[in-house]
Design a protein around this ligand. Sequence first.
Ligand SMILES: NC(=O)c1ccc[n+]([C@@H]2O[C@H](COP(=O)([O-])OP(=O)(O)OC[C@H]3O[C@@H](n4cnc5c(N)ncnc54)[C@H](O)[C@@H]3O)[C@@H](O)[C@H]2O)c1
Length: 374
Amino acid sequence: MKKAKRVKKVARSKKPKKVLITGAAGFVGHHLVEHILKSTDWEITTIDRLDTSGNLNRFPGISVWDREKKRVHIVYHDLRAEITDSVARMLHGPFDYIMHLAAGSHVERSIEDPLLFFMDNCIGTVNLLNYARHGGLRKKARVNPQSRTPAFEGKFQYFSTDEVFGPAPDNVSYKEWDRNNPNNPYAAAKAAGEQACIAFAHTYRMPIFITNCMNIFGERQNREKFIPLIIRKVLDGDTLFIHSNKARTQAGKRHYLHARNISAATVWLLLHGKVLDGTAAQGKYNVVGEVEIDNLSLAKLVAKYTNDYLASKGKKQRPLDYKLVAFHSSRPGHDMRYALDGSLLAKEGFSYPVSFKESLRKVVRWTLDHPEWL
Ligand SMILES: NC(=O)c1ccc[n+]([C@@H]2O[C@H](COP(=O)([O-])OP(=O)(O)OC[C@H]3O[C@@H](n4cnc5c(N)ncnc54)[C@H](O)[C@@H]3O)[C@@H](O)[C@H]2O)c1
């Protein structure tokens, strides 16, 4: 709470900052738009190609939308193509901050069509980096050609994932600069995007940072994701299959955090975070969330909140029907456990504004109240 207030105060300036958010019509992107509209006076431009997971109908769900929508300018563009001069003119840069979220985000689809994911997550990132360096990101008025400090005023964020580190043994939580070991095309393509950012930061003196984030949940999430799926299975009385170890004794584990927490972390890092400097020692941040939970415990919790909701409406309760399934041979690329060490962000002074259980309970209630998102 204390940190959120600080963001609000710092982020109101004489001249509003201009920010570009890619993938803003997606699940996390629209939460970031909401957080920025609520906590800053920044002017937002969005890029999206509105594919299966992009949906502009998320925007009217933002509680301040009617009042603040004049601060949002929407541009249609597919980042697999270069940002040409004519598209650039529509964006109205240069920008103080660029936040790059647009990506193919679904592991299963990346296994079916890996090339598409490399086009979106790697080539798309390079196209955006090129736009940023050729006038998209605000340049410093005076630059010393001998210096290694960034030649730009603003910051560029690359929004990456825990999956680039691959599966984590039970006693391991990866730190920011630990080795990558992506186990599926989605994770590999995100890791490729990270490498492009590191190279551009060094070669063109661009102020870039990378966030590696764990599993995010929230309102208006794509229905194929785990939490909406659990709610549907409970309501329909269908069996939920949960990814487990070979012996079917232990479900896969993750950290989960509400989209508001990653949005707040993003804005905090734009204001206070360090950027890549070629040393492989700064400019990457793990955004982890407070709770590690196995997927069976999560399913039970979501089922409980669903039943609490049904009871409050005087409706019949529905038990969770589940089965642990060892996916290893049938679905390679789905890892048992991802785990990141979030101590760096905490040490630098950021704390998460919303708690896991309370935000999960609210999301379940919200989703049941808005069945069009289920
Ligand atoms: N959701 C999570 O749990 C999670 C966790 C860690 C990291 N991430 C990362 O966060 C970002 C956003 O994730 P999300 O869950 O909101 O994904 P999402 O699939 O809901 O949204 C992605 C958005 O990007 C757009 N997009 C995709 N490719 C594009 C392209 N080539 N050009 C223009 N627009 C394009 C889509 O239309 C969509 O609106 C991704 O980069 C993802 O890798 C997500």
